[in-house]
Design a binder for this molecule. Structure first.
Ligand code: C5P
Ligand code: MG
Length: 208
């Protein structure tokens, strides 16, 4: 199936709890007139039906291999070609992919969000604008602690244990080094109105 719409792809990377989702929400608000769709790398975490919940909770979720990035790339290509896709649904409470999928239609603006989306060469080459949200580690840990307890069904000890065993070392080895591929580095993501308006203006000019 072919289509006449062309898709502008914006990638929003940055460490866990850096403010990516807030920035993405503000971009969506700024482009309500356009057709905007967001795909999170998180949707594409690999399924682990072969493991128990307790075993799944101990996996490293911050290494590039924990994602089915090939499936995400394939879905982006299909959307670019004007085809709709069925994206996977991931549960942070179950540490697993859920049986249902969500129908996603092609859009003029496609936003990609994830800690490691700039790490993968094939993925970043699909992007027209590459953003890295840069937020201090202590701020990110504090936010993550609150969020994972309130929204992702975790307790404080497990969040801290995971942070020091995998989140922090993988951030240092893979997430932070991918910053070099960004076109724009935004301190504090969605909480930075000046950077947001510059980015919005830039995307508008790409759409014209
Ligand atoms: O929203 P955010 O970018 O923080 O989401 C990515 C984080 O989700 C990763 O740092 C990873 O440790 C975490 N994660 C998790 N449990 C899973 C899957 C991902 O804590 N089952
Ligand atoms: Mg997020």
């Amino acid at each position: 199936m072919s289509s006449t719409i062309s898709t502008t792809i914006i990638g929003v990377a940055g460490g866990s709890a850096s403010g990516k989702s807030t920035l993405v929400r503000k971009l969506q608000e700024a482009f309500v007139e356009e057709h905007v769709t967001t795909l999170c790398h998180d949707f594409y975490y690999k399924a682990h039906d072969e493991l128990t919940l307790e075993e799944r909770a101990k996996l490293n979720y911050d290494h590039p291999h924990s994602f089915d990035t090939d499936m995400m790339i394939e879905h982006i290509r299909q959307l670019k070609q004007g085809e709709s896709i069925q994206r996977p649904v991931y549960s942070f409470n179950d540490h697993n992919r859920l049986p249902q999928t969500v129908l996603v239609h092609p859009a003029k603006v496609l936003i990609l969000d994830g800690i490691l989306i700039l790490e993968n060469k094939e993925l970043r080459e699909l992007m027209d604008v590459k953003v890295y949200v840069d937020t201090d580690d202590d701020v990110r840990l504090a936010r993550r602690l609150v969020r994972d307890v309130q929204e992702r069904g975790r307790d404080m000890n497990s969040v801290l244990k995971q942070y020091f065993s995998t989140v922090k070392p993988m951030h240092r080895d893979f997430v932070e080094p991918s910053k070099r591929y960004a076109d724009i580095i935004i301190p504090e993501g969605g909480m930075n109105p000046v950077a947001l308006s510059l980015l919005v203006e830039n995307i508008h000019s790409l759409l014209r």
